[in-house]
Ligand binder design. Structure first.
Ligand SMILES: [Zn+2]
Length: 172
C-alpha cells in the first residue's frame, strides 16, 4: 500500500496525549522555558513552529497561529505571511540538516478533510525521501520515536535560530 499524504492519521492519535479538552496547540505555546520539551522550534510574532510528536515522517513539523482560530478565511495578512516565512525557514532547515528530497506541505481544514484539531489552524510540513512511505510505522515504538524526535529537534533548532526573521510583519 502506498500512502503519500496522511499526516492526519498520526495527529488523530496524538489527541490521546491531552489530559483534558484543552487544545494542544494553545497548550504548547504557553511555556517558552519548556520549548525543548515541547519541541517548539521557532516563535514568531503571530505564529510558531513545533514538531509533530506523532510524525508521519521524521522531521514532520507544524506551523500554527498563536490565536485559537479554526476559520482559515479569518486569518490576518500578517499571520498568513509569517506562516509562509516560517515555512521557508523550515524547508531550508530540513533540507540542509536532513537532506530531504521533497516535501508535502498543506492544511487539513475541517473534520471531513482529516483535521485532528479543527479549531486551531496549523500547516503541516512533511519532508520526503525516496522510499520513505513506510518509515514511521516500522519504527513506531514509543521510545525510538521520542529519541528520534529529540535528535531531530537538536539538529533543526540551530537552523531556526540562525534564520531568525526580522520583525515587522504587521507592516505587510
Ligand atoms: Zn488552540
Amino acid at each position: 500500500m502506498k500512502r503519500l499524504w496522511a499526516p492526519w492519521r498520526m495527529e488523530y492519535i496524538s489527541r490521546g496525549d491531552l489530559e483534558n479538552d484543552e487544545c494542544f496547540l494553545c497548550e504548547k505555546q504557553k511555556n517558552p522555558e519548556n520549548d525543548d520539551e515541547d519541541f517548539v522550534l521557532y516563535r514568531g510574532e503571530h505564529c510558531y513552529a513545533l514538531m509533530n510528536t506523532y510524525p508521519y515522517n521524521n522531521g514532520h513539523l507544524m506551523i500554527a497561529t498563536y490565536r485559537h482560530i479554526g476559520d482559515f478565511t479569518k486569518l490576518t495578512k500578517a499571520e498568513l505571511v509569517e506562516m509562509m516565512e516560517i515555512t521557508r525557514i523550515a524547508v531550508s532547515a530540513i533540507t540542509e540538516s536532513m537532506g530531504a528530497q521533497g516535501f508535502n506541505i498543506g492544511f487539513n481544514l475541517g473534520c471531513v478533510a482529516g483535521a485532528g484539531v479543527v479549531d486551531h489552524i496549523h500547516l503541516h510540513i512533511v519532508p520526503r525521501w525516496g522510499g520513505d512511505t513506510n518509515f514511521m510505522p516500522v519504527i513506531a515504538d514509543t521510545k525510538v520515536v521520542s529519541e528520534a524526535l529529540k535528535e531531530t529537534y537538536e539538529r533543526l533548532f540551530p537552523y531556526f535560530e540562525k534564520n531568525n526573521i526580522p520583525r515587522g510583519f504587521d507592516e505587510v
